[in-house]
Every structure is written in structure tokens, then in C-alpha cells.
Design a protein around this ligand. Sequence first.
Ligand code: PMT
Length: 215
Amino acid sequence: MKILITAGPTREPLDPVRYLTNRSSGRMGYALAEAAVAEGHLVDLVSGPVSLIPTDGVKMHFVETAQQMWEKVRQLTLGEPPPQLAIHAAAVADYRPKVVAEQKIKKQADTLILELERNPDVLGSMRGAFGFTGYLVGFAAETQNLVANAQEKLKRKGCDLVIANDVSRKDTGFDSTENEVMLCLPSGETELIPKQSKQTLAREIIRRVVALASQ
Ligand code: PMT
């Protein structure tokens, strides 16, 4: 099966030396890519800036900003043949600085106000803008109301499955080696996959989503 995966953070420049980003290490997305290749699938991995070594056999596409990730995912989704399954594990910045200074911003007043503007929604563009008709999996990074927020994202972004993780915990989620997730289906059904290494969790997720995507 042809699978498209996104991973890692995006980096939104402020000036030539500074940027806005988040704590995503890319481990969850890279583990999914590794698990999928091990099962014999063809994997395109669109990755933000991380310090991980890509797995042999994974076709890598490196990007920095949310706009670049949107464009690369668009190209891959419109490719021939298109992916049959897409899993969006990247932590894409929702906003970017409205103005990127050409020179390093100098210290001046005691406070500095940054104006931000919305980034495109990569996952949210899959159904409409990119015309994706395959099985669509989103992640949801939540600090409260895990299932309710994940269900809202599932509907709003046209997903077949949302994998929700509680990112307020220190032992799972962002930048940890382990994760615990709740699978949220359009029927309202949920299933907890308990805490384990991101590698073993990724194998379980790939096994399940490939089965669902093949129905
Ligand atoms: O990278 P790790 O350190 O291993 O951590 C893994 C993880 C916590 C980053 C991962 O498990 C995870 O939850 N990824 C999604 C993080 C996120 O940004 O969630 P969100 O709830 O803000 O976004 C919901 C979904 O929309 C996600 O699939 C996201 O990729 C997508 N999105 C969000 C905003 C945007 N502009 N474009 C998007 O495609």
C-alpha cells in the first residue's frame, strides 16, 4: 500500500536567526514510517526539522515551514498513483510571524509585540483542496477534553480516524520515547492503546489502520 506520513515540528522564521516552533521530536511519525516499511508498504515521509536518522527504504521529503509542508503534501497527494493511506503525525504550527525581518531584530523597547497570521491546515486540506479519497488519519494533541476535542477535529478535517494523545503529560506525547493514545472513530467509538514505546505503538497503529484502509 502507498502511505503518506507527516512528522516533526515546523519552523516559522521570524528573522534570519530566529523562529517559532514546538517540542515535537518527530519520533512518533518516524516510528510509523519505520513500521510501515517493515510491513512492505511504500512510504513517503514529509518531515519537519528533526535530529533523527531516517529508516532505509523510507522516501524522505524534508521541509521547514507549514507552507512548505502543505505544498509537499499537496504534490504527493496529487501524485500518480496517489497514496491510499495518509497519517498526519506532524505538529504543524497554526500561526507564523506575519512579517519575516530581513535582518536580525535588534533589542529596542522593553516589550516586543509579534503579529502572527494563520498557516494553512495540511490535514484539513486533504479532502477538499487536495481531493484525497483514501483513508485519512489525523493525530490530536490535547491538554484537556481529549476525546471531545479529537472528535471535533475528526469531523472538521474529514478524517476516518483520529489518534488522540494527552500532551500535558511528561511521560508521553511530545519529545518522549513512549506514548499512549486513544483511537477515535467517526461512530464515536474509542479505544485506548496503553503506554508503550513509540516503536511498538507504531507497529500496532500501522497494523490497525492498514486493516481499516483495506476494508
Ligand atoms: O514528534 P514527537 O515528539 O514524537 O511527538 C508526537 C506528537 C505528540 C507530535 C504526535 O503524537 C501528535 O500528536 N501529532 C499531532 C500534533 C498536533 O499538532 O496536533 P493538533 O491537535 O494541533 O492538530 C491536529 C491534526 O491536524 C494533526 O494531525 C496535525 O498534523 C494536523 N495539522 C494541524 C495544524 C495545521 N496547520 N496543519 C495540520 O495538518
